[in-house]
Design a protein around this ligand. Structure first.
Ligand code: FAD
Length: 446
C-alpha cells in the first residue's frame, strides 16, 4: 500500500542526553509523559500512531510523527505581533488559532481571508504550511496571494526573515512561496503576515435544494452572473451527507429533501443592495425550476446553523467507522461524475460514497466509509480514483496536501521532472532530510 509508512530512515534515536538538552533549552516544556503525548501523536482522523505540528487537524497524516521524530509544536506561539487597520495587514506568530485571529479582527472590523471547519483548532502556521483553501477562497483567493510575508526557521537553524508587510515586492524570487503548502518539509514557519479584508457589513446565506447536479451547475452559473462581486461562497453537499448529519449530529434539514444542497453566501457593504440582488437571483432560479426549495438567513445564529450543515459533514462522517478521504480538483462539470462512477465501481463494498465540497473552486471531497479499515475496499478505490482524476487532468490533492498518505501518488498530478526538482529543492534546504521525513515527497526521493 503506497500510503503506508515506509521503512524508517537511518536517523539516530533520541537519547537521555538529547532530552536533557531540550529540558535546558525549553524548561518545563519537553513532554515525555505518554498520556500527555497521546493527543500529539494521533491526528484528527486517528489513523496514524504517532514533526512541525500546529493544530493537528490535517487530514493526510502530515502532522504526526511516523516513527520517533520529535514533535515541534507551535501551540505556545499565539501572539498577534501587529495589526495595521489602514492596510488590513496582520502579523502574528504561527501558533495563533484561526478562530482567535478571526475574533481579534472582527473586533477591529476586519476578517481573515480564509475560513474552514477546523477553525477552532487549526493554527495559521498549519494553514499556511498546507496552503489551506476553505470556504472563502472563491472570494479572497488562495493564501499564495494573501500571505505577504513569512518568518521561517530553516533546517540548519538559520532564521529566514521574509516577514514583509508589503502588497508589492518584486525583489527577486518570492521565497515565501516555497514554504506555503510545503507541509513542514522545507522549514518551520514561526510568523506570518497576511492581508485581511474589511468585515462585510451585510452577510446573507441561502440554503437551496437541487434535483440534479446539472441543475446545481446551472444555478452556479446563474449565481455568478447575478450576484457578481458580492458572492463569497458556493458550496455543496449531497443527500447522503445530509442523512449522516441528521443521523449522527441530529442536525435538521431546513428544506425539503433533495438530491443536492447548495450553500451560497453573499458578503457586501450595503444590505439593501445585497438583499435585492439575492432575491432577484432566488426568484430566477426558483421560477426556472433550477432550485426546488430554499431558505435564506441574514441573522447571525441562523447563518451559523445553515453553515454548520456544510462545515460539519467531515465530523458526521467520522461516526460511520473508517473514512477513506479524497480531496480532488477537477473541471467543475466533472466533479460529481466521480462520486457516481465510484458508487457503481464499489457497489456493496462501501457503506457510503458521499460527495461535498467547494463547487466554486472545482474541488470535490469524495469520502468513502466502511465499518472499519478494509484493505480490499482500499485496493478497489486506489489507484482507481487517482487514475480517474489524472484522466481528467485533475489534482489528487486540491487543498489538504500529500502528507504521509498521498505522497506516493504525486505522479498522477505532477510530471516526474517537477517531482525531481522538488527533490533538489528539498536536498538544498534540508540536506539531512530532518524536516518532516516521509511526508509530501514520494519514497523514491528523499
Ligand atoms: P497540522 O495538522 O498541525 O499540520 C498540517 C501540516 O503542516 C503538517 O505537515 C505539519 O507538519 C505542517 N505544519 C504545521 N505547522 C507548521 C509550521 N508552523 N511550520 C511548518 N510546517 C507546519 N483544509 C482545507 O484546506 N480546507 C478546508 O475547508 C478544510 N476543512 C477542514 C474541516 C475539518 C473539520 C477538519 C478536521 C480539517 C479540515 N481541513 C481543511 C484540513 C486542515 O484543517 C487544514 O489542512 C489546516 O490548514 C491544518 O492546520 P493545522 O494547524 O491543524 O496543521
Amino acid at each position: 500500500n503506497p500510503g503506508a509508512a515506509p521503512p524508517r530512515l537511518p536517523f539516530s534515536r533520541v537519547t537521555q542526553e538529547d532530552l536533557a538538552f531540550f529540558r535546558t533549552l525549553l524548561p518545563g516544556r519537553t513532554i515525555t509523559d505518554p498520556d500527555l503525548l497521546k493527543s500529539s501523536n494521533v491526528d484528527w482522523l486517528k489513523t496514524v500512531e504517532v514533526c512541525p505540528q500546529g493544530g493537528n487537524t490535517g487530514l493526510v497524516g502530515g502532522s504526526v510523527p511516523v516513527f520517533d521524530e520529535i514533535i515541534l509544536s507551535t501551540s505556545l506561539m499565539k501572539q498577534v505581533i501587529t495589526f495595521d487597520n489602514i492596510s488590513g495587514i496582520l502579523t502574528c506568530q504561527a501558533g495563533c488559532v484561526l478562530e482567535n485571529l478571526s475574533n481579534y479582527l472582527e473586533e477591529r472590523d476586519f476578517i481573515m481571508p480564509l475560513d474552514l471547519g477546523a477553525k477552532g483548532s487549526c493554527h495559521i502556521g498549519g494553514n499556511v504550511s498546507t496552503n489551506a483553501g476553505g470556504l472563502r477562497l472563491l472570494r479572497y483567493g488562495s493564501l499564495r496571494g494573501t500571505v505577504l510575508g513569512l518568518e521561517v526557521v530553516l533546517a540548519d537553524g538559520r532564521i529566514l526573515n521574509c516577514l514583509a508587510t508589503l502588497r508589492k515586492d518584486n525583489t527577486g524570487y518570492d521565497l515565501k512561496q516555497l514554504f506555503i503548502g510545503s507541509e513542514g518539509t522545507l522549514g518551520v514557519i514561526t510568523a506570518v503576515s497576511i492581508l485581511c479584508p474589511r468585515k462585510p457589513k451585510a452577510v446573507n446565506v441561502a440554503f437551496l435544494g437541487c434535483s440534479s447536479f446539472q441543475q446545481l451547475l446551472e444555478t452556479f452559473q446563474c449565481c455568478r452572473g447575478m450576484l457578481g462581486e458580492i458572492l463569497s461562497a458556493f458550496e455543496f453537499l449531497d443527500a447522503s451527507c445530509m442523512s449522516l448529519l441528521e443521523k449522527h449530529l441530529k442536525l435538521t434539514n431546513p428544506i425539503t429533501e433533495s438530491p443536492f444542497y447548495i450553500v451560497i453566501e453573499t458578503a457586501g457593504s450595503n444590505a439593501t443592495h445585497d438583499e435585492e440582488k439575492l432575491h432577484k437571483f432566488l426568484e430566477e432560479v426558483m421560477t426556472s425550476s433550477l432550485v426546488t426549495d430554499g431558505t435564506v438567513a441574514t441573522e447571525a445564529t441562523k447563518i451559523k446553523a445553515l453553515w454548520s450543515l456544510r462545515e460539519r459533514v467531515t465530523e458526521a462522517l467520522t461516526h460511520e467507522g473508517y473514512t477513506y478521504k479524497y480531496d480532488i480538483s477537477l473541471p467543475v462539470e466533472k466533479i460529481y461524475d466521480l462520486v457516481q462512477d465510484m458508487r457503481g465501481h464499489l457497489g456493496d463494498m462501501a457503506k457510503n460514497v458521499v460527495g461535498y465540497g467547494h463547487v466554486g473552486d472545482g474541488n470535490l471531497h469524495l469520502n468513502i466509509t466502511s465499518p472499519s479499515k478494509d484493505p480490499a475496499l482500499l485496493a478497489a478505490i486506489e489507484p482507481y480514483v487517482y487514475e480517474w482524476t489524472s484522466k481528467w487532468k485533475g489534482s489528487i490533492s486540491a487543498e489538504h496536501g500529500l502528507g504521509l498518505k498521498k505522497r506516493n501518488y504525486i505522479y498522477y498530478s505532477k510530471p516526474s521532472e517537477a517531482v525531481a526538482l522538488m527533490g533538489s529543492i528539498k536536498a538544498m534546504l534540508d540536506p539531512k532530510g530532518i524536516l518532516n521525513p516521509y511526508k509530501t515527497l514520494p519514497d523514491n526521493i528523499h
